[in-house]
Design a protein around this ligand. Structure first.
Ligand code: SF4
Length: 287
């Protein structure tokens, strides 16, 4: 049932880092010289659009003209608050300016100013997640997301992937129920547990694929199912929806084609077909 999702996720995992080549992107991707920009960007990534959050370290850099950790650690908290409020960096400027300031000092004090020590030396994924969790303003979602990005995008070496849970965002919450992997109104815990069950060695591998499918195909209304790479294992696409007007006959043909191609077992085909026909009967009875 989930084989295509996992296969696509590994395909996405093996893709090289995407970059639009702008000065900001180059700055954020420069883990050799500015690993703390990645950590501070992660800390900011909450309750606003991700692009806006990740731009904050770059904006600070441009305002101050320097992003060396020694320099940053000499900037007073009030100055950070002033920058955040003046540039409206975040929805919660004072709070996030404080977390930025404290993040800088934690990197300086706990890691000797070198944030790459958080992930260097091929640690376990759990070690990296726990190190992120020690930063003020970082919860499990940010910690696992940051670890996942380091591994997937920056190819940081780790000894395992087990502690990297799926980061539950609005795309994941939309696509997983439609695929039929979780209930229609799932809790975050239900989604996390399902992802662990699907791929215990790396639960969070599905993050990026679900995000891409959610953005490009699985729109809130009128999802572009015909072009979606997950349509052949999607309940929403394969099963009749309550109140939908789509022609049941076409759906039956589609199910038959899938059965012929071996994408549905005899039992799955029979069960789905029965559901379609039962819905017709119910409708007629109600009429
Ligand atoms: S087939 Fe349609 S409903 Fe299912 S995941 Fe793709 S776009 Fe969403």
């Amino acid at each position: 049932m989930v084989s295509e999702l996992i296969r696509l996720s590994w395909e996405d995992f093996n893709e090289p880092l995407e970059s639009d080549g702008t000065e900001m992107e180059n700055f954020l991707n420069d883990l050799d010289n500015y690993p703390h920009a990645f950590v501070l960007g992660s800390i900011m990534d909450k309750q606003i659009q991700a692009d806006r959050a990740w731009a904050i370290p770059y904006k600070v850099y441009k305002e101050l003209g320097n992003f060396d950790i020694d320099f940053l650690s000499n900037v007073p908290l009030e100055k950070y608050k002033e920058l955040f409020n003046k540039g409206s960096y975040h929805r919660f400027n004072d709070k996030c300016a404080t977390e930025f300031y404290e993040g800088v000092h934690k990197i300086k004090e706990d890691y000797g100013g070198d944030a790459s020590k958080i992930w260097s030396g091929k640690p376990t994924s759990k070690t990296i997640v726990n190190r992120f969790l020690e930063f003020k303003g970082v919860g499990p979602k940010i910690a696992t997301m940051a670890t996942n990005i380091l591994i997937r995008e920056y190819k940081i070496k780790v000894s395992d992937f087990e502690a990297i849970d799926v980061s539950v965002d609005s795309q994941v919450e939309k696509v997983m129920p439609r695929l039929g992997l979780v209930s229609q109104n799932p809790t975050k815990e239900e989604i996390i547990i399902k992802a662990r069950e699907m791929n215990p060695e790396y639960p969070g591998i599905i993050d990026r694929t679900l995000w891409k499918v959610g953005r490009e195909y699985c729109h809130n209304t009128n999802p572009d199912c015909d072009n979606c790479p997950l349509k052949n294992e999607c309940d929403y696409y394969l099963k009749p929806q309550k109140g939908e007007t789509e022609d049941k006959f076409n759906k039956l043909i589609k199910l038959g084609e899938m059965h012929d191609k071996g994408l549905l077992s005899d039992e799955e085909f029979a069960s789905l077909k029965q559901e379609l026909l039962a819905e017709d009967t119910t409708t007629k009875t109600n009429d």
